[in-house]
Design a protein around this ligand. Structure first.
Ligand code: AHR
Length: 487
């Protein structure tokens, strides 16, 4: 029997809702078809945005969406994506499949998409191939209400009132597709571009996110903290779980390899945070994990530049482990964006023309939604290490409390075959009124298809008993379980 201790007296940090964000790029069928089909499409839409996808993202509680890339961001010239659609410039999407980008989805469409979802927009600007003037003009076009060349242009394009941008990224992967820069050079670029990302309204300051390191590049973090900490609000971190096998074709050993690789996120977040703590002990600057998720071999028969992959319970377990890690580090991790929302990498939904299915990862996000804006509590679970190399935790968890005093706990059982008995004890609790639980479980290969869309979905979980100070539960293999404990 494993012991699971929750300490409501230890209130650690706020779990910002933005930890549950998504990333969407002009890549494959993410934006086009996945979210935007155009006003004249037969696919039911509102102002070109597909209704089924928007409804699903709203129900999932999507709080923030990053756009337009990714590598695409450092080749994107925003002025090509405004004005009458028939006059918009067409370009080649050199990074992603060499397809024609007709720019029919641009700034106005992105803000409309976010409005319909009810999420915050997070825009990533072009440092790699753009100019300071171009970035500065974009911010003025979007946010300025007074008289200026860019605000007039916005009005000519049919938008009188400015929008609000809360989050703005100054470049993406500038160590790679964003310009192949070394960190010293990028830090100077960040400081220069950042000056011209104007805050037109002091009460609506823009949260500036510097292009950060890949995985364990600690030197990148060190230099940016030295040179840019006074001007940035967030530092991005990218970390994918690459598997080298197909989304649905893997054996148990490869399953555990994926889990081990996924758990490296814990080490990376901890070590980047340690560097940030030395320069920013108040934890003002957020670590923004704005690209994460599984990266499998592209599905056979699909365009290799489209990064399309199916999604199974293996991906769902990766999502559960990663979100538990982010919750536990919510003092420093202020936002995260899984890559990418629809039809690309670890998506939450897949589309096929008019049809749409929700992936197991979608259901994990929906389960974890109850942590959003809660306070992280101190908690600990005993757990063996499993897998062929005994380096994967059998169980992970995180616990939080909401404004009503309800405790929310999410437990992941990574084992491909074995259930785990867990005894949960909550310190100093004065009686429990009710416990409700939901589960997502299946075998490691289980997934949804267009023929069978509800093979994997959440259901009520009842295999537990309430005790005077918690519960006793049998957590099935390959599962993510959420408990809501009402006091
Ligand atoms: O998400 C796909 C790509 O992965 C992004 O464009 C890039 O930032 C990262 O390398």
């Amino acid at each position: 029997m494993e012991k699971y201790l929750i300490n409501p007296n230890q209130k650690i940090s706020k779990i910002k809702k933005e930890i549950y964000g998504n990333f969407s790029e002009h890549l494959g069928r993410c934006i086009y078809e996945g979210m935007y089909v155009g006003e004249n499409s037969k696919i039911p839409n509102v102002n070109g945005m597909r209704i089924d996808v928007i409804t699903a993202l709203k129900e999932m509680g999507l709080p923030v969406l990053r756009w337009p890339g990714g590598c695409f961001a450092d080749e994107y010239h925003w002025m090509d994506g405004i004005g009458p659609k028939e006059k918009r410039k067409k370009m080649i999407n050199t990074h992603w499949g060499g397809v024609i980008e007709d720019n029919s989805f641009g700034t106005h469409e992105f803000f409309e998409l976010c409005r319909q979802i009810g999420c915050e927009p997070y825009i990533c600007g072009n440092v790699g191939s753009g100019t300071v003037q171009e970035m500065s003009d974009w911010v003025q076009y979007i946010t300025f209400s007074g008289i200026s060349p860019m605000s007039e242009l916005r009005k000519e394009n049919g938008r009188e009132e400015p929008w609000n941008i809360k989050y703005f990224g100054i470049g993406n992967e500038n160590w790679g597709c964003g310009g192949n820069m070394n960190v010293e050079f990028y830090a100077d670029q960040f400081n220069r571009y950042n000056v011209y990302v104007r805050n037109y309204y002091p009460d609506k300051p823009i949260y500036r996110i510097a292009g950060g390191p890949n995985r364990n590049d600690y030197h990148w973090t060190e230099v940016l903290m030295q040179k840019c900490r006074h001007s940035m609000n967030g530092l991005s971190l990218h970390c994918y779980t690459g598997t080298g096998n197909y989304a649905l074709e893997f054996n148990e050993e490869q399953y555990y390899d994926t889990m081990r690789d996924c758990m490296l996120m814990e080490e990376y977040v901890t070590r980047h945070s340690e560097i940030m703590n030395r320069y920013d002990p108040q934890k003002r600057i957020g670590l923004i994990v704005d690209e994460w998720g599984t990266w499998h071999k592209v599905e056979a028969g699909t365009n290799p530049g489209f990064l399309y992959q199916q999604s199974s319970m293996r991906d769902a377990i990766v999502a559960g482990l990663t979100l538990n890690i982010f919750n536990k580090h919510s003092d420093r991790v202020h936002m995260a964006n899984i890559a990418q929302t629809i039809n690309v990498l670890q998506s939450v939904a897949l589309t096929d023309g008019e049809d749409m299915l929700l992936t197991p990862t979608y259901f994990v996000f929906k389960l974890f939604k109850d942590h959003q804006e809660n306070t992280l509590l101190g908690s600990y679970i005993t757990s063996d290490k499993i897998g062929q190399d005994k380096n994967v935790p059998n169980l992970t968890e995180s616990a939080s409390v909401n404004a009503n005093g309800d405790i929310v706990s999410t437990i992941v059982n990574t084992s491909a075959s074995d259930a785990s008995e867990v005894l949960c004890q909550i310190a100093d609790i004065n009686g429990i009124k009710e416990i409700k639980a939901e589960i997502l479980t299946g075998s490691i290969h289980d997934h949804n298809t267009f023929e069978k869309k509800d093979c994997v979905k959440t259901v009520d979980f009842t295999d537990f008993t309430k005790t005077s100070d918690g519960f006793k539960a049998k957590i099935p293999p390959c599962s993510v379980v959420k408990f809501i404990i009402k006091q």
